[in-house]
Design a protein around this ligand. Structure first.
Ligand SMILES: *Cc1c(COP(=O)(O)O)cnc(C)c1O
Length: 405
């Protein structure tokens, strides 16, 4: 493409109002974070590391409290010992479910790496421990299928599970408004168990989190939105105190709970990352909208559609052509600050069935709050794009992508 700068300028003009809206949401979320920092009197001592058992580790405990407050939850666990989003969700689910219980997912089949956790055979899955699993697909328009949910919700269901973001599915993320409606619906049917939301990629996209919309537990990864690009690993789980207590006993040991857990490196990046996160998420949303609008103008179908409000930071772009998909992902890598010289190749990855191609030239290995793109290499050749610590980075990547096209 010629006139790349001109074309990007036109796209930016179209997005002017949307960007202003994103800034408003970001400010609203920042206020919540700032007030939580102030309420809990965060001080330099909270950044200190601890060793051994980590008894009385104020940095660890306070971090959980500020997450909970900003997310509208009663209590929270934030830990570098939660190794990824998948591990975080696993700890939470094992903390909540017991043999004979049923897990009912009402947003369709859960994310790829969670499937093996729920119904893997002989790998220590929930199923191996006698936990049943059922799921209800979303309707074609992305709404909840209330008829089927009603039919599947019986007294054995102990956890109702909702995945906010799309994962590797071609659907839009669920809004907190939709989640609120679903929570009210299952409660109206007399459900008394735990409503659980996989909140990956959703944090700080709206002015509230699912906890403030009726969910009992939310969980996610710190190398996505809430780590603000600074957290180097970890996960968080927030929600009702009684559930956090149960999950804490699974994170450590049933006799110990959340009194232990040390981290010698200290927590500065976790606090600073959370402080940055509302802004970082806004940057990622702007990158996503800019790339979406630019590719839409060139005839590439992408989701959420350019005129819709995004409810997570991810964007699915349909290429219908293997080489075009690979070119796009490789160009994202070439535009990265780290490993810009590497050419991405599709590869087998643990937890995924198809070969995956992944561009992640990131400071924190695999962090997808940083500008990154990936996807299973199979028709209709959809690349999933997310992140961007700075708008400049997204704009730069787009200019390279457009020049290649
Ligand atoms: C990323 C993601 C996960 C799992 O996260 P990992 O950190 O890759 O293990 C789970 N659910 C959704 C919707 C995700 O986007």
């Amino acid at each position: 493409m010629e006139n790349v700068e001109e074309y990007i300028g036109e796209c930016e003009k179209k997005l002017d109002e949307r960007f202003k809206q994103i800034d408003k949401v970001s400010y609203c979320n920042y206020v919540k974070v700032a007030e939580a920092f102030s309420y809990y009197k965060v001080a330099a001592m909270h950044f200190n590391g601890s060793t051994g058992y980590g008894y009385g580790d104020e940095g660890r405990d306070t971090l959980g409290k500020i997450y909970a407050m900003a997310f509208g939850a009663e209590a929270g666990i934030v830990s570098p010992h939660l190794l990824s989003g998948t591990h975080t969700l696993t700890v939470a689910l094992f903390g909540l479910l017991r043999p004979g219980d049923t897990l009912l997912c009402i947003s369709g089949m859960p994310y790829d790496t969670i499937r093996g956790v729920i119904f893997g055979e002989g790998n220590g899955s929930l199923k191996d421990f006698g936990v049943n699993f059922k799921y209800v697909d979303l309707n074609g328009d992305g709404s909840f299928d209330y008829e089927k949910i009603k039919a599947e919700l019986n007294s054995g269901v102990k956890v109702v599970y909702i995945q906010r973001s799309r994962g590797y599915e071609l659907r839009d993320a669920l809004s907190c408004g939709q989640i609120e409606e679903a929570c009210k619906f299952v409660r109206s049917l007399g459900f008394e168990g735990c409503i659980f939301v996989d909140n990956c990629y959703g944090e700080f996209v709206e002015t509230r989190e699912p906890c403030a919309a009726g969910a009992d537990i939310i969980a996610g990864s710190l190398i996505k939105n809430p780590g603000g690009g600074l957290a180097q690993t970890g996960g968080y789980i927030c929600g009702k105190e009684k559930y956090i207590d149960l999950i804490g006993k699974r994170l450590t040991a049933p006799s110990i709970g959340l009194e232990v857990g040390s981290f010698a490196l200290g927590y500065q990046y976790y606090y600073q990352g959370f402080f940055m996160a509302p802004h970082t998420v806004a940057q990622a949303l702007k990158c996503s909208l800019l790339i979406g609008t630019a590719l839409d103008g060139l005839g590439y179908k992408n989701y959420p559609s350019a005129d819709k409000t995004p409810y997570d930071i991810t964007r699915a772009i349909q290429f219908d052509d293997e080489n075009k998909m690979l070119d796009f992902i490789r160009e994202v890598q070439y535009a990265s600050p780290v490993d810009s010289f590497a050419t991405c190749e599709p590869w087998d990855m643990p937890g995924y069935d198809d070969k995956i191609i992944m561009a992640a030239g990131t400071f924190v290995s695999g962090a997808s709050i940083e500008l990154s793109a990936d996807g299973p290499v199979k028709p209709p050749y959809i690349a999933y794009f997310q992140g961007g610590l700075t708008y400049e980075h997204g704009r730069y990547a787009l200019s390279k992508i457009l020049r290649r096209m």
